[in-house]
Design a protein around this ligand. Structure first.
Ligand code: ACO
Length: 331
């Protein structure tokens, strides 16, 4: 029986990273780069990459099972699944279908939110919250990415940035929930050409010629523009969500931003006037894990005891589209 005083928010969180570590020195063997360049420009030192027999749904499943365990819920209590990913298990059907089957849920609705880049998980979280407000009891949200399988391993502009991971949350209504106080999201589609993977869609279908040039894996990115917009939009979304909740920046115990690049995180921290100790940073260990980035960092911060009961935690992210989102949570 749901009670009106029950809160809508996190019932449990979980994450998973593959075992295999790839260091910057490993990249030095493959492309014209250096550990020094990667550290200085991005803060990344190493990242995890999937084993040959691991695919997107394996990572999603591991994170989802951990979130269910953390929530102390059996799988039959889940009413809907949303998977945010740009690196799906197969082209059709979506990764959520595979996850629904592997988890062994009832025949509940399950669907992907794809193409939002690194903003995917927070968009999905906002959606999950709305679904619970609309009457679903519990929604499983997963952010998962196997970027290393689909990226161009010869393009030094992008390949050194990414890593593989999954993060998951059960969102529901309970007096014990870590309440989602507010959420905001936005899109500026006029900037879509700045960060895109074109080949494979209807505009430029997959052909052998394009594949021979590695174009089906080529992420076209204007790094500097992405950098500027990421800082601007993540900071703006953070302000917006605080305003929506009627809270102030100095009340925020921890900022958990999308882990794209240490310089981006520091610039967002500076704009928000938050010192390093109030910013969650794991980009040096995992690189940019796309839509898995925020739930992975949040789950690790929680497990490490960096978040206490009552803490106000601000999540913010930015990705291709451009899309951005922010969510404010009272732990
Ligand atoms: N190793 C060595 N040199 C490199 C490498 C590399 N891996 N990659 C690029 N370079 C070279 C380029 O060829 C270029 O050389 P040139 O000047 O001779 O042409 C130079 O380095 C690029 O220099 P800058 O543009 O000054 O590099 P910048 O300081 O902007 O850093 C970076 C580049 C790291 C990509 C940065 O712009 C960035 O992080 N942007 C955000 C991109 C991002 O995060 N994308 C992920 C997806 S979206 C998201 O998650 C928000």
């Amino acid at each position: 029986m749901t009670m009106h005083q029950d809160k809508v928010g996190f019932l449990g969180l979980g994450s998973y990273t593959p075992q295999q570590v790839m260091t910057n020195e490993d990249w030095e063997q493959l492309v014209d780069t250096s550990d020094e360049w990667i550290r200085q420009r991005t803060g990344i030192e190493r990242r995890r990459i999937v084993a040959e027999d691991e695919n997107t749904v394996d990572l999603a499943l591991a994170a989802a099972e951990r979130a269910l365990t953390a929530a102390d819920l059996s799988v039959d209590k889940i009413d809907e699944i949303i998977v945010a990913t740009d690196t799906p298990e197969v082209y059709l059907p979506d990764t959520a279908s595979f996850l629904q089957h592997r988890l062994g849920t009832r025949s509940i609705p399950a669907y992907d939110l794809g193409g939002s880049g690194c903003a995917g998980f927070l968009q999905a979280l906002d959606l999950a919250r709305s679904r619970v407000i609309c009457g679903k009891d519990r929604v499983l949200v997963v952010g998962v990415e196997v970027l290393t399988r689909l990226m161009d391993w010869t393009d030094r502009n992008t390949c050194v940035l990414f890593g593989d991971a999954a993060g998951a949350a059960v969102v529901g209504r309970s007096s014990e929930a870590r309440e989602i106080l507010a959420a905001t999201a936005g899109t500026d589609g006029s900037r879509s050409e700045i960060l895109t993977l074109e080949v494979g869609g209807t505009r430029k279908p997959f052909t052998v010629e394009r594949a021979e040039q590695n174009l089906h894996r080529r992420i076209v990115m204007n790094g500097r523009e992405v950098f500027k917009e990421a800082v601007r939009r993540m900071s703006q979304a953070a302000h917006e969500v605080l305003e929506l909740a009627g809270r102030k920046l100095d009340e925020v115990a921890l900022l958990v931003p999308h882990q794209a690049n240490l310089r981006i995180l520091r610039a967002v921290g500076k704009r928000l006037n938050l010192p390093d100790e109030r910013i969650c940073i794991n980009v040096h260990e995992y690189g940019n894990t796309g839509s898995a980035s925020v739930p992975l960092a949040l789950d690790q911060a929680l497990s490490a005891g960096r978040i206490r009961s009552g803490d106000l935690v601000l999540l913010t992210s930015f990705g291709a589209g451009f899309h951005w989102a922010a969510v404010l949570v009272q732990f």
